[in-house]
Design a binder for this molecule. Structure first.
Ligand code: 3HC
Ligand code: NAI
Length: 720
């Protein structure tokens, strides 16, 4: 739909010289409609800012104009500042000045909002004197997610309009509010009764003119009148931010700006906001978060998706109802698709179904969904112990045991029953998908869909592309990921694909440190300080040490005997110390506690291993720990890009941010390496190489890029 296009036949004003393409002005009687038309999302690039400023000045000067309506063309009002301009020299007119000029208009200005009114887009609306929103509108100040604060008066106008508490909550969470909620909060004055936001905006403006209601600057609103309540809200937000947003730069600045809104005159608050905004704009966190924003959109652009049309998917089969199968079932059911679950026997099927139900019960208990939504989802779930039930589904996802023989047997069955053209996917973590595809007569239909646990929560989907798969199957996988609201990344076939291959190197580097003198507790603390939610040994304790142990035993026969192998984790497992589920692992978990405590017996065990291996323990600083773990990951990731397992460095970034807890504000490991300077990364590798030439062998890609004076970002071109 094209709201502005469905307007009553427009009559362009003759005096509208300098009408820019991105902003058009149309006079409807005595109401001037200023329409923002800057696809895809009406971002406030320099053209739009200039056009808006000129239009509002023209309206003020034109005696034929009694009121103004600002509206967006296309699917949105305005999605905010043009994120592509960040990091480049800012070009006037600046958005705060444009907003001030709108607010200073002598004619009443109505913002007619549909779709997204986000960031600078909402700030434009707040600078207008009146606001009306369509039913599906999304209003928010998501700047914090980009390492910024609202920088066009948002920190000053929002609390004055809706109070400090609500304003802080919006700005610190960055979430989108619905039109209904926006009305309740007082962010908008009324809701549109129909879908035609332009007609409704015009009617609102005409009503204002007819009833002689004048301008109404938001800066004069009294949302901060209750000083004690405002102060309490600011202090509460400051406290919460210190713990919840640990390591982040912009949230505390948001609190500071709102405090200025309470304590200082409007213009002083605005000046402070501008200064803080520019500080944030300059921060590496802003650069990392903006990289993350674009990287997760670019990652879905793969050659196959632009070369081939996806196959339609209307029903899904899942084989294996364990941890992953049940989680995947929820993710698929949540997307509104019917699921047929296959298990080995009735008992296992019952467990799988119960697992799915438990997930929904949890969501109901938390108030995320209601009982009816749960019932609707469960009604879409069918189950069987016979493969024949999959005869008509469009996509099958296999999630049985991680065992090649079992997987091959399953795919032989799928080949027998599935209809021609059905997509056959495996959720394997490590196994060779080319070999799995070889168990069928239709390898062109076989692909990897690697979900992460819990599959209905984790955003990442690694689409693993074997050699013989058809392009339209790859396109189908990316389309399917979008339907499941997943962030998708294309990976090639190798042991562990992108994510688990890097996880293995990360853990190996940590184990080397462990044997060489660092404690698991120091390593975990250093990585948390770097921004991971958990350190590597906490993660092992959470997932269960037995899983990695089984994988190590499986790989033992093929392990490169020249590679250093640390046995500490094996010693723990031999004692049955598998982590949280056994009450002890690298940490002790007294009486089922979720957070572990230091275990002197583990420290003694590590000390014994060092002695046995003849290692004289050294001490490492937290910085050295981060340097070694990150250098190892970046180096392996460079090999992954070089081998074409990842299309671009950004695909690695997205994988680790969405599947492995890599701190988003650093933009992923490759962005982080660029921030450090690739020459510095190479220098670290050269230093570590002297200790262990095999593990620390610099990737030829890093050597080549440093030689050329280039970095990873130079390889981040779109492949779509
Ligand atoms: N600037 C530049 N490009 C933008 C953009 C923006 N603010 N918002 C979206 N885009 C681009 C995307 O990169 C994408 O480009 P592509 O097609 O080349 O990949 C295209 O617009 C469509 O975006 P989506 O794929 O995300 O489309 P959706 O329909 O799924 O979502 C949206 C639309 C909800 C508007 C979503 O794009 C979004 O959340 N955008 C960011 C909003 C935001 O963060 N605004 C605040 C900016 S900071 C600010 O305003 C500072 C101010 O206070 C001074
Ligand atoms: P699980 O052991 O919890 O579940 C496996 C299920 O498959 C069991 O319910 C079993 O009864 C069923 N099953 C086994 N053989 C079957 C057959 N022939 N027909 C039908 N059902 C059969 O295992 P989990 O953790 O769910 O893993 C499944 C797959 O997902 C594995 O390939 C694993 O590597 C992968 N994976 C696991 C992740 C995790 O975090 N657990 C993450 C990503 C992938």
């Amino acid at each position: 739909t094209h709201p502005a296009a469905s307007a009553p036949s427009p009559s362009p004003i003759s005096s509208a010289g300098g009408d820019s393409h991105a902003v058009t002005r149309t006079l409807h009687g005595d109401v001037l409609v200023i329409a923002i038309d800057n696809p895809p999302v009406n971002a406030l690039g320099v053209e739009v800012r200039r056009g808006l400023l000129e239009a509002i000045e023209a309206a003020d000067a034109d005696a034929a104009v009694a009121a103004v309506v600002i509206v967006g063309v296309g699917r949105n009002f305005i999605a905010g500042a043009d994120i592509r301009e960040f990091g480049k020299p800012p070009q006037p007119p600046h958005l705060p000045a444009v907003c001030d000029r709108i607010e200073a208009s002598t004619k009443p200005v109505v913002a007619a909002i549909h779709g997204a009114a986000l960031g600078g887009g909402l700030e434009v609306a707040l600078a207008a004197h009146y606001r009306i929103a369509a039913a599906g509108a999304k209003l928010g100040l998501p700047e914090v997610k980009l390492g910024l604060l609202p920088g066009a008066g948002g920190t000053q106008r929002t609390p004055r309009l809706i109070g400090a508490r609500a304003a802080l909550e919006l700005m610190l969470s960055g979430r989108h509010a619905s039109a209904n909620e926006a009305l309740t909060l007082g962010l908008v004055d009324r809701l549109s009764k129909t879908d035609d936001i332009l007609i409704e905006g015009l009617a609102y403006a005409r009503e204002l003119v007819a009833t002689r209601q004048g301008t109404r600057p938001t800066r004069a609103a009294n949302g901060l009148a209750d000083e004690a309540a405002s102060r309490a809200a600011i202090e509460a937000a400051r406290k919460e931010t210190a713990t919840r947003s640990r390591g982040l730069f912009s949230p505390l600045k948001i609190v500071e700006a709102v405090q200025a809104a309470l304590e200082r005159p409007f213009d002083e608050g605005l000046a402070l906001e501008r200064r803080l905004f520019l500080e944030c704009l300059d921060s590496p966190q802003r650069a990392g978060l903006v990289h993350a924003f674009f990287a997760e959109r670019e990652a879905a652009k793969v050659p196959e998706a632009s070369a081939a049309r996806p196959r339609p998917i209307a029903s899904v089969g899942i084989v294996g109802g364990g941890t992953m199968g049940a989680g995947i079932a929820v993710a698929v059911l949540d997307a509104g698709l019917p699921v047929t679950l296959i298990e080995r026997d009735e008992a296992a099927l019952g467990r799988g179904r119960a697992h799915v139900e438990r997930v929904y019960d949890g969501l109901v208990a938390k108030g995320r969904i209601d009982a009816k939504a749960k019932a609707d989802a469960m009604a879409r779930l069918a189950g069987s112990t016979s493969y024949e039930a999959l005869a008509n589904v469009d996509l099958v996802i296999e999630a049985v045991f991680e065992d090649m023989a079992v997987k091959k047997a399953v795919f032989t069955e799928l080949d027998r029953v599935a209809r021609p053209g059905a997509v056959l996917a495996t959720n394997t973590s490590y196994l060779d998908i080319d070999e799995i595809a070889g168990a069928t007569s239709r390898p062109a239909d076989v692909i990897g869909l690697h979900f992460f646990s819990p599959a209905n929560v984790m955003k990442l989907l690694e689409v693993v592309v074997p050699a013989r798969v058809a392009a339209d199957v790859v396109a189908t996988a990316f389309e399917f990921a979008k339907r499941l609201s997943k962030v998708s990344v294309r990976a090639g076939v190798c042991d562990g694909f992108i994510g688990n291959r890097l996880l293995a190197v990360y853990r190996t580097a940590a184990d080397y440190l462990l044997e060489d003198g660092a404690s698991p507790y120091q390593i975990d603390e250093a990585m948390r300080a770097f921004g991971y939610p958990m350190g590597p040994y906490q993660v092992i304790d959470l997932a269960g040490g037995d899983i990695g142990w089984a994988a190590r035993k499986r790989r033992a026969p093929t392990r490169d005997p020249r590679l250093r192998y640390v046995e500490i984790a094996d010693r723990l497992c031999e004692r049955g110390w598998f982590g949280q589920k056994t009450g002890r692992g690298f940490y002790l978990y007294p009486e089922g506690a979720r957070t572990g405590v230091r275990d002197p017996e583990v420290e003694a065990l590590i000390e014994d291993e060092r002695k046995r291996r003849g290692v004289t323990p050294r001490s490492f600083t937290d910085e050295e720990i981060v340097e070694r773990l990150m250098t190892a990951v970046v180096n392996e990731a460079a090999n992954i890009v070089r081998e074409g397992i990842a299309l671009r460095p950004l695909d690695v970034d997205v994988t680790l941010m969405h599947g492995y807890g890599f701190p988003r504000y650093r933009g992923g490991p490759m962005k982080y390496a660029d921030t450090l300077g690739l020459a510095n990364v190479l220098a670290s590798l050269r230093r570590f190489e002297k200790e262990d030439p095999l593990f620390w062998k610099p990737s030829p890609l890093i050597v080549e890029l440093v030689d050329r004076g280039a970095d990873f970002s130079s390889l981040n071109t779109t492949r779509g």
